[in-house]
Design a protein around this ligand. Structure first.
Ligand code: ADP
Length: 279
């Protein structure tokens, strides 16, 4: 059977790893976790290059979280140039937020138009060589997820007649949830979605689990503890760790948004300090 080469697979042939960040619910810290994951990956080595793609078309938040709200995407002869957060061009970002004339504009699109935009993001952004492409998705499991996975890897959607994808790195995913039962329940739906589409899951992060005291850093339990670990164990998915509610995180993100801290070495370290980690 011949392999299927597509504009997306051609464009992403210089990307080593693709990580799709998924949550069952909004407001659980998916986008914050996506940004922290990208910054943590950057901090692993000075040579690592990371791309951040925001396919949350109706609620893009990565430009704001990276303090890049006022920036615009440029078109070059070889494609869209991502907006870089640092001078060394190690962290590039692409989001519909950069394309809207007015940042307050809303996007009211039906499925086919969203699908076209996602295909364009995957096929036309000039990322260059990337160690990681981290993709922030809308909450739940929506048209955007299906478009993303179909374009990334045509084999995700089962079809006996479909030839194997030319795209070499198999995309993987990380699930983000808060510890509350309703959020965990929605995470099970996301998990079922990944299984239906054969999308491997790297693991699950329990965000806003406990409260970190701003004075001493001690973690107190706000909601019941252990539900996330139990779910991960029962579902046989990796438990990547818990991140407490940390007011420093919100303060640091606010400072980035206001432009008081450039996203560079300093923030990599500072945001990295409150970043994903096992207990
Ligand atoms: P989502 O992408 O799931 O909708 P966000 O990442 O936008 O969620 O987070 C929602 C809000 O919660 C943001 O204001 C963010 O700063 C805050 N937040 C996320 N994680 C934490 C955390 N661990 N501690 C404190 N605030 C957090």
């Amino acid at each position: 059977m011949s392999t299927l080469e597509t504009p997306v697979s051609r464009r992403l042939s210089s990307v080593k790893n693709v990580i799709v960040v998924i949550s069952g619910k909004g407001g659980v810290g998916k986008s914050s976790s996506t940004v922290q994951l990208a910054l943590s990956l950057l901090a692993t080595s000075p040579n690592v290059r990371v791309g951040l793609l925001d396919i949350d078309l109706t609620g893009p938040s990565l430009p704001r979280m990276l303090g890049l709200d006022s920036r615009a995407v440029h078109q070059s002869s070889s494609g869209w140039v991502p907006v870089y957060a640092d001078q060394e061009r190690r962290l590039g970002c692409m989001s519909i937020g950069f394309l809207l004339q007015d940042r307050g504009d809303s996007v009211v699109w039906r499925g086919p138009k969203k699908d076209g935009m996602i295909r364009q993001f995957l096929a036309e952004v000039r990322w260059g060589d990337l160690d990681y492409l981290v993709i922030d998705t809308p909450p739940g499991t929506s048209d955007e997820h299906i478009s993303l996975l179909t374009h990334l890897h045509p084999l995700f959607l089962p079809s006996p007649s479909r030839p194997p994808s030319h795209f070499s790195p198999t995309p993987t995913s990380i699930l983000i949830s808060t510890p509350q039962a309703t959020a965990l329940n929605d995470t099970l739906k996301s998990l079922s979605f990944t299984r239906k589409l054969n999308l491997p899951v790297l693991g699950f992060v329990e965000n806003m689990s406990g409260y970190a005291c701003p004075c001493c850093g001690e973690i107190s339990e706000v909601f019941s503890k252990g539900g996330g670990e139990k779910m991960a164990r029962e579902e046989k998915v990796g438990y990547l760790g818990r991140v407490p509610i940390d007011t420093k995180l919100v303060e640091l993100l606010d400072e980035v948004v206001k432009g008081n801290i450039p996203v560079g070495d300093d923030v990599e370290t500072r945001v990295g300090q409150v970043s994903i980690g096992n207990e």
